[in-house]
Design a protein around this ligand. Structure first.
Ligand code: PXG
Length: 289
């Protein structure tokens, strides 16, 4: 496997960062997860724009333009001869001394991995996921800006652990006020009386690229979408529920806290959106070659 690291495509064994990198020492950095399908990188520009917004929000200045980072990403996929897969792009604060001060790190590091990912076993795309509400809350925006896709994922990791310990694969995360934010790596949607609802970004959700695609597809399919604060009640009484994310794509949710959602089977609208998503992903995007 070839890894892009600070301007060079290197062998996996040579792709190394310093133990003094503040990405490792303090989780000081940002990342993106990007998918490619059928030789095309899906929504590449949007992902790179979000990466730059995340970096800007933590005063991390990249020495490349967005166009250059798009091109490095394309080169990495091409160098690995893959047609379908997952890209992990990470920017760290770079190497500095011990101590939090980011101004002592002269140069950020960036690396790009092109590989594959499977978040949930295949059968759950057919039969749906059963999720639980976890006690771990999304951090308040005053603590850690939820829009920043930072290297601080311990909160999400602990939420995931709660899910696994409860025998589930995914956890619903609420914000400090008790409103639904999102799951550990996916945005959440419900369908009620033919209308799709999803939490506000300001309730602590990541401004998901897949979330935006689903809102776009609902528009094309003539399905109304409402962005509003949701509680567990809204999910309990929903007709359908599904999660979206680059890694997860679109996956049905059929139970929350062991309570059946709707019929307890993946819903018709969820299936329609999953199909429309796959069609779009397979036919659009930045060509690898
Ligand atoms: N919420 C969070 C907290 C995320 O990290 C999403 C929602 C979905 O956003 P997109 O833009 O992908 O539709 C994410 C996405 C990984 C990995 O291992 C990354 C994410 C989720 C799961 C796994 O790279 N990020």
């Amino acid at each position: 496997m070839k890894i892009w690291l600070d301007g060079h495509l290197v062998d996996e064994a040579d792709a190394k960062l310093s133990v003094f990198d503040h990405g490792v020492l303090y989780g000081d950095g940002v990342f993106e997860g990007i998918r490619f399908y059928n030789g095309r990188i899906f929504r590449l520009e949007q992902h790179i724009r979000r990466l730059f917004d995340s970096a800007r929000a933590i005063i991390l200045e990249l020495p490349w333009s967005q166009e250059e980072v798009c091109e490095f990403t394309r080169q990495t996929v091409a160098a690995n001869g893959l047609n379908d897969g997952y890209i992990r792009l990470v920017v760290t604060r770079g190497s500095g001394g011990l101590g939090l001060n980011p101004y002592l790190c002269p140069k950020p590091s960036m690396f790009i991995i092109a590989s594959t990912i499977q978040l949930y076993p295949k059968e759950h795309y057919e039969n749906g996921l059963s999720i639980i509400t976890c006690a771990t809350r999304r951090p308040a925006p005053s603590a850690l800006m939820p829009q920043v896709k930072s290297l601080n994922y311990l909160n999400n990791v602990m939420a995931k652990v709660e899910a696994i310990q409860a025998g589930a694969l995914e956890a619903l995360m609420l914000n400090e006020q008790g409103y639904v934010a999102e799951c550990t790596g996916d945005n959440l949607f419900i369908l009620k009386d033919g209308v799709v609802h999803t939490p506000l970004i300001s309730d602590g959700a990541l401004d998901g690229i897949t979330r935006a695609v689903i809102i776009e597809l609902c528009g094309k399919l003539g399905i109304e979408v409402v962005e509003r604060s949701l509680t567990r009640y809204d999910i309990f009484i929903a007709d359908e529920c599904f999660l979206t994310g680059t890694a997860a794509e679109v996956i049905p949710v059929v139970a929350l806290d062991r309570r059946k959602i709707g019929s307890g089977q993946p819903g018709e609208t969820t299936r329609r959106l999953l199909k429309a998503f796959h069609e779009l992903a397979m036919s659009t995007g930045t060509s690898i070659n």
